[in-house]
Ligand binder design. Structure first.
Ligand code: HEC
Length: 197
């Protein structure tokens, strides 16, 4: 009985201790200070295990299809390159100042894990849901799955691209404008067809 009370007391002291530390304000939450190796390992393990677990059932489309790679390029340049870099750009204000640092997707060693099924599932999950308190946004709030898979496909081939190829694959052709003028022409010919009768 005494032993049990001892354990209960120890648990109580531990909870009060944690509460006192958290509410006292001594924990530095600044992004310009690194975690201790133990805390870093703890958080990294939680993140890796969480993403691996949550992404298990995701069905991966055929990421080698060329149109997937080309449509993902423009989105990548607009929304991701500022943090995850691009050919010829080795650092940006974001890539330098965030903690943890965003992985550099022009580096083949970083990207090679997305060539496996599990890697692609995990990368897609991170794009869709983001990573809490890291600076990685949840893009699923504003983008459909197809667009996010296209970015995943583009990232997989990014390390092979030089600057000129990157520019070519990330330039947006404004198809909306082309569609509009095409529709306009069609309407006019329809009208003239009706007028003749
Ligand atoms: C504001 C900066 C920022 C932007 C913009 C950003 N990311 Fe991230 N991203 C991060 C950070 C920081 C991490 C690392 C988080 C961590 O390690 O806990 C990350 C992680 C990731 C990961 C997971 C890496 C892994 O562990 O395998 C993927 C995939 C990813 N980002 C893709 C994207 C894509 C695609 C876009 C654009 C649609 C994007 N990110 C935009 C900051 C950013």
């Amino acid at each position: 009985m005494k032993f049990l009370l001892g354990i209960l007391f120890a648990v109580f002291v531990a909870i009060v201790g944690v509460f006192a530390v958290v509410t006292s304000g001594v924990i530095n939450i600044g992004a310009d200070q690194a975690h201790s190796p133990l805390v870093y390992k703890f958080l990294e393990t939680a993140r890796t295990r969480s993403i691996a677990n949550a992404s298990k059932g995701i069905i991966v489309p055929n990421l080698a299809k060329v149109d997937m790679i080309s449509t993902g390029g423009a989105d990548y340049k607009d929304m991701c390159a500022g943090c995850h870099l691009s050919p010829g750009v080795e650092s940006t204000d974001f890539s330098e100042s965030l903690y943890p640092k965003p992985p550099n997707f022009t580096n083949a060693d970083v990207v090679k894990r997305y060539q496996t099924k599990a890697g692609a599932q995990q990368g897609f999950w991170a794009i869709k849901h983001g990573i809490m308190a890291s600076g990685m946004p949840a893009w699923g709030a504003s983008h459909d799955d197809d667009r996010m898979w296209a970015m995943m496909a583009f990232i997989r081939s990014l390390p092979e691209l030089n600057e000129a190829q990157y520019t070519m694959l990330t330039t947006r052709i404004d198809t909306d404008i082309m569609d509009m003028s095409f529709d306009g022409d069609m309407d006019m010919s329809d009208d003239s067809f009706e007028m003749q009768h």
